[in-house]
Write a protein that binds this ligand. Structure first.
Ligand code: KG4
Ligand code: ZN
Length: 339
């Protein structure tokens, strides 16, 4: 079979990204233009600003991705683009761009599920990884424990009943004054803290051993902060961050390992922005080792939003025959497993 090169495009939140991926697993380029510096001023992503910035950057990002991959539009076999879930205005920029390119170049168009993209990031650096395997998806909007039955096919085993893991990181970071983006700041602050300093709840959901609940953990942290303020006691930020992170980590690790044990999986992957957390990665690796489970995790740059993962997911959809028409629309609330 001849080589297949996919141009991946991602614009669902605050990164404008484009990549060229060959045969699903070989990343020829992976260009990411981050808007973090702009949104930091506002303490979070401002959707209207995100869309405008995507518009300003997208042409340049695609051009750079082609140049770095040493190819032209004519070497591209198909265009894969994130069409949901995400911010509608942000998604629309990528979708409109991909549709225009597909029409002008007469190339196939493939709409990719953003979360399927995150899971697919695991294939890039692990050439041997193939479904089935267990996967924990932890991003800013999603917390799902799934079985990846085949490329792009998931059985959802557990999910968060309230906030996503990333959301909890972002809210706690804001509450202790670390600002946006919260996850990396808590990760950093926690390095000098004691994870046993404060005992926060582990977010159990009665009767649903695979489900998660992070709003209880978040509320416990907020209560702790409020009560310290009332008593005019200082807060040890590194200890608080380490203790919060430990509680989220316990919750994620225990359910993931339980799934592997109960269903006999010997391969566990993690995906999404929160999967770049150094403590979660270390603890997951430790527990996998103890339980004879092979642990897969993308490099941090492939955990957070990027287009290489969209190119990879797009490749597997392409060889399965998925094609979208020029009526492809952005779907901000697209569910996992939904098309
Ligand atoms: O997957 P992602 O880049 O975007 C979404 O699809 O949502 O995930 C973003 C989330 C944010 O909540 C961010 O705070 C979190 O991932 N995150 C982290 C770390 N890096 C990013 N959370 C914990 N530790 C990190 N090192
Ligand atoms: Zn994402």
């Amino acid at each position: 079979m001849s080589d297949i090169s996919i141009l991946g495009i991602e614009s669902s939140c605050d990164e404008t990204a484009a990549a060229v991926v060959r045969n699903g697993r070989e990343v020829l380029s992976n260009v990411i233009s981050s808007q973090i510096a702009i949104h930091t001023e506002y303490g979070g992503v401002v959707p209207e600003i995100a869309s405008r910035k995507h518009l300003e950057k997208i042409d340049e990002v695609i051009k750079t991705a082609l140049t770095e991959a040493d190819c032209t539009f004519h070497d591209i076999d198909a265009i894969a683009v994130t069409y949901g879930p995400g911010l509608v205005g942000a998604l629309l920029v990528g979708v409109a761009e991909a549709k225009a390119l597909a029409w002008a170049l007469n190339k196939p168009l493939i709409g990719v599920h953003h979360i399927e993209g995150h899971v697919s990031a695991n294939y890039i650096e692990n050439k041997d990884l193939e479904p089935p395997f267990a996967c924990l998806i932890v991003s800013g909007g999603h917390t799902h424990l799934v079985v990846v039955k085949d490329y792009g096919e998931f059985e959802i085993v557990g999910r968060s009943r309230d906030d996503a893991a990333g959301e909890a990181f972002d809210k706690v970071a804001r509450a202790v004054g670390l600002g946006y983006p919260g996850g990396p700041k808590i990760d950093q602050a926690a390095k000098s803290g004691d994870p046993k300093a404060i005992r926060f709840p582990r977010g159990e959901v009665a009767g649903s051993p695979y489900d998660f609940s992070f709003s209880g953990i978040k509320s416990a942290v907020l209560n702790y902060i409020n009560s310290a303020h009332m008593k005019e006691e200082p807060i040890n930020v590194p200890d608080l961050c380490a203790s919060f992170q430990e509680s989220v980590t316990d919750s994620l690790v225990s359910r993931s390992i339980r799934l592997c044990q109960e269903r006999g999986f010997t391969k566990l992957a993690i995906a999404g922005g929160v999967a770049s957390n150094s403590h979660i990665r270390a603890r997951m690796e430790e527990e996998c080792l103890k339980n004879h489970i092979r642990f897969y995790r993308p490099s941090p740059i492939l955990c957070t939003d990027n287009a290489a993962m969209i190119g990879t997911a797009g490749y597997y959809e392409f060889i399965k025959g998925k094609r979208d028409g020029l009526d492809l629309n952005a779907k901000p609330n697209l569910k996992l497993g939904e098309r």
